[in-house]
Write a protein that binds this ligand. Structure first.
Ligand code: UD1
Ligand code: CA
Length: 457
């Protein structure tokens, strides 16, 4: 196949989004629409990707600074033909140029591959049939079915408007021919714009064959002009992604109530209950169960672990056969080894909890190393912050921390140590011994509860 330069048009303002954010930065599955298109182009192994930007240009460029693309500014939006022409000076004549759109995010590499093939012996044009074609450019064919022209809705005759085959906007053709046709465009039409679509009639009149290609699914060619359309594409993307997940062996109890904004790698027999959202990079081992209403962001979970309902896990690494939740919060830089139990209303941050340890109720464990087979009672708090700096707590293997204990860091509890309930621990505690800090219980004989005074006023 010949060498390929992709031109992505992304200069439009997107007024109908009613947003401060440039349209192409609005996201589908957590990723800017423009990035979806760039990735589809990359899947084609294009030699170069040119992004024509205009509105909110600096924001677009800085948000996608890590993408290997050429940025081309279109200072005034004079039409799609004018936009493509901005990128042409950098494109060698023998390249095939493929035109894509930053606000048509669901286009797939497979469809673009067929479009590139269609440009091998002519001009490749991506079209589709719509029962309701209003607003789109119509594909005009002659009696023999050969494409003659594209006519825009606003310039179309009554008869042309009844054509259901529409222009998706995406096309591919040799750069030298395209350069010549673009150079000859005028803006003598209903919108006073330089239409890219006018090159079709020129190609046809020069005897260049226009080969049409259809997308695998209509959603691939759907553009986003407002937030209603954005939400429709989001649903479509999630549906397709969830179908793939289920086909690969993941059970989704309701595929309409699981959203993945990122990448999920799942082992065998993973079960995901309803209203779960996952973001970033998530890895789930064999047999992992994720209960209802959980949020997972950049986490890895070992085989056989159960995450019960309403748990939030971010940037954490969880071992096998653990039980987390319900109502647990695992914060960044946490590592739980195998068979760890984290129960309800427990928050763990930047901590290592080793094999077999349990923190089952109402605790805060931060900046802490918890050894093996430790039992942390209800309501235990590591006081890791002195108002200025964070300090670490170290708890040795087999320690037992009684309920409602405060561990004032920096502090170390020796292995096998027992801390009596209700203690405030400010000094290191010896291994194997009972340590507690409480006043002795006493009983005040003859004490009476206060009695409510009668209001005489
Ligand atoms: C265009 C096509 C139409 C097709 C439709 C599919 C033309 C003349 N018409 O119409 O046949 O059915 O798309 O959606 O091409 N853009 C720029 N710079 C410009 C103008 C546009 O970057 O100067 C970008 C816009 O941001 C947008 C895209 O190009 O992403 C399409 O432009 P738009 O004006 O929306 O074209 P349509 O009227 O939808
Ligand atoms: Ca449009």
């Amino acid at each position: 196949m010949s060498e390929l330069s992709v031109v992505i048009l992304a200069a439009g303002q997107g007024t109908r989004m009613r947003s401060e954010l440039p349209k192409v930065l609005h996201t589908v599955a957590g990723k800017p629409m423009l990035q979806h298109v760039i990735e589809a182009a990359k899947a084609l192994t294009a030699n170069a990707i040119h992004v024509v930007y205009g509105h909110g240009g600096e924001t677009v460029r800085s948000r996608l600074a890590d993408q290997a693309v050429h940025w081309v500014e279109q200072t005034e939006q004079l039409g799609t033909g004018h936009a493509v022409n901005q990128a042409m000076p950098d494109i060698p004549g023998h390249h095939t140029v493929m035109v894509l759109y930053g606000d048509v995010p669901l286009i797939t590499g497979a469809t673009l591959q067929r479009l590139a093939m269609a440009a091998q012996d002519g001009l490749g044009l991506l079209t589709t049939r719509l029962p309701e074609p209003t607003g789109y450019g119509r594909i005009v064919r002659d009696g023999a079915g050969k494409v003659q022209a594209i006519v825009e809705e606003k310039d179309a005759t009554e008869e042309q408007r009844s054509i259901q085959e529409v222009n998706t906007g995406m096309l591919a053709v040799r750069a030298d021919a395209l350069r010549r046709w673009l150079g000859a465009l005028d803006n003598d039409n209903a919108q006073g714009e330089y239409y890219l679509t006018d090159i079709i009639a020129r190609a046809a009149s020069e005897g260049v064959t226009v080969n049409t290609v259809n997308p695998g699914e209509v959603a691939e060619v759907m553009g986003v002009n407002n937030r209603v359309q954005l939400a429709e594409l989001e649903r479509d993307f999630q549906r397709r992604q969830n179908e793939e997940l289920m086909m690969s062996g993941v059970t989704l109890l309701d595929p309409q109530r699981f959203d993945l904004r990122g990448a999920l790698t799942a082992g065998r027999d993973v079960v995901i209950d309803v209203n779960v959202v996952m973001e970033g990079k998530v890895v789930l081992g064999d047999g992992v169960f994720v209960g209802p209403n959980c949020y997972l962001h950049d986490v890895s979970i070992g085989a056989g672990t159960r995450i019960s309902s309403h748990s939030v896990l971010e940037r954490a690494d969880i071992g096998t056969e653990c039980h987390i939740g319900p109502f647990a919060r695992i914060r960044p830089d946490t590592r739980l080894s195998d068979r760890v139990h984290i129960g309800n209303f427990v928050e763990v941050k930047k901590s290592l909890v080793e094999t077999g340890s349990k923190i089952n109720h109402l605790s805060y464990v931060g900046d802490t190393t918890v050894g093996k087979s430790v039992n942390i009672g209800a309501g235990v708090i590591t006081c890791n912050y002195d108002g200025a700096n964070k300090h670490r707590t170290i708890i040795g293997d087999n320690a037992f921390i009684g309920s409602d204990t405060q561990l004032v860091a920096p502090v170390e509890v020796g292995s096998g140590a027992t801390i009596g309930a209700g203690s405030t621990i400010t000094h290191d505690t010896p291994a194997g011994e009972l340590t507690l800090s409480r006043t002795r219980q006493k009983t005040v004989q003859g004490w009476h509860r206060p009695v409510k005074k009668i209001d005489e006023g």
